[in-house]
Design a protein around this ligand. Sequence first.
Ligand code: ZN
Length: 340
Amino acid sequence: MRSPPLFYAAVVVIAKYKPEKAHGAGKGFDMLDQIKGLHHVTSMAASARTNNRFFTDTLGLRRVKKTVNFDAPDVYHLYYGDEVGTPGSVMTYFPFPHIARGRPGTGEVGTTLFSVPEGSFGYWTDRLTKAGVEGLKMDAAFGENRLQFAGPDGDGFALVEVRDDPREPWTGNGIGEDHAIRGFHSASLRLRDEGATAELLKFMGYQPIDAKDGILRLGVPGGNGADVIDIETMPNVSGGRLGAGSVHHIAFAVENRTKQLEVRKALMDTGYNVTPVIDRDYFWAIYFRTPGGVLFEIATNEPGFDRDEDTAHLGEALKLPAQHAHLRSMLEEHLEPLEA
Ligand code: ZN
């Protein structure tokens, strides 16, 4: 396994921001109302080409950005979503060639779930089976039909049938409107103890919706469609180990930088150590480690993925942030070419 030192240095910087013991969250502080659901989910992969093929060909999402990991520019950062990469639809990856698989456990995101139209599971079962996708299993949770499947590195995914999800799907990769993914439905957090993280989510504006079989479901009112977080409590399961197929962090959406600063201040006032605002070119980001171990990000909806290329050609060219522009010829030589 290649060790990208810059990347791990960046992870360490973020990991240093550990929550302190006494949190005010949920203890008389006003709940926030700036957070509008998920923004993106970022995971790790072992092969850029396999990853790209899976999300575009198999799942039918649009690659909306081909850039590099800003903290480790010799590695891609690939973004997949709807036509313009609307917050709440964006699955992103750091493909580190040949890294070992992660070991699933607690303190991480367990399953990332996508919304598809009601009645589409026959189509999806057939499509995923033909593509050789593993781990297919149909079940139901909280009154919704769910089709679980594994990503190329064992990533925990599921489709959920949702009636009348108003979000526009991307149909440019051959999956029609009757079946195409609308965006995220939810994500589940696997924790040894739900307590402090549930309090944090409530502070962030999430409300408990239901609880069943050791899973607490929370939702944010007035969200972008990717409104639900499930907390799976697993007191006897040890911590996960980050690797291919693991979620690196999960990002929540705020409209703009003003709202982001409000959230940052509120989190810091309740005892969280939050990073300074970081420019990610397509959004602004702050990060903080949650009590259960999951790395959270708050990301802005502005400026969006069309800030440096036309909507018609999103994701086609290799885009580099200004600080890494001088590395272009080296990176073009070094990065594995992707299929369109
Ligand atoms: Zn992120």
